[in-house]
Design a protein around this ligand. Sequence first.
Ligand code: UTP
Length: 275
Amino acid sequence: MIRKCLFPVAGYGTRFLPATKSMPKEMLPVVNKPLVQYGVEEAIEAGMNNCAFVTGRGKRAIADHFDISYELEHQIAGSNKESLLSSIREVIDQGVFTMVRQREMLGLGHAVLSGEPLIGPEPFGMVLSDDLCVNPDGPGVLAQMAELFRQFRCSIVAVQEVPAAEIHKYGVIAGESLREGLYRVERMVEKPTADEAPSNLAIIGRYILTPDIFDIIRDTAPGASGEIQITDALQRQARDGCVMAYKFAGQRFDCGSVPGFVEATNHVYEHMYGR
Ligand code: UTP
């Protein structure tokens, strides 16, 4: 039912400099697969075959990754290396990939609005691919959220419990518990101190958004940092009781930070090779 997924990938990835000087952060490999491909595979698994990227300057490698590479494929055709391309071939066969550029980095809310021409008036998923999510024992996080959307028909944010010392890095929700792991969001605070935080439930990079979010963002003034935050727009939907928070099944790695990236790499490597 949700057909499209938005991937805001315009950020500079400064925490990974110099690696990200001329290469998109989203193309950093976790073992042998770029971060963004994990996100796209999760979206396709959830039925969101239409993947819309909000890119920026220096991000062309992402578009190339989701396209055929004739020369390379010709070169390894018939060799034992051919199978190494099978996962990306499968993704390319199943997906439709569209791109738009965010001309200025004015925040995640602005990136979402830049994606409007690719999404249109329909609910959509959103993946911040620097969060790598895995759930080996069941459906992926986005598929879990798509199932919930069928029931509630409102925006959904994925949340995770985080320790007090980490809470200042996240958007944090306050809400009414509807059942184990599911909340109706009443309020959100962006990057609170441990004392200000209304709970230990932090928003991570998986969302389902209803299309009214575009008009709300258009109407949202930039915050103190000059950026348009998605949390401010979601807060408006939450006031009308239209945002759910979902404590997902699975594990999430913060690959936007070096320690999280290393942890994800070790996890995937152990899983792949049983080490
Ligand atoms: P981050 O702030 O975590 O990513 O944005 P960053 O700016 O790329 O990384 P650092 O902090 O400099 O290391 C979260 C997500 O939102 C996207 C980023 O690409 C990332 O996926 N984003 C953020 C945009 O697409 N546009 C923006 O204006 C801001």
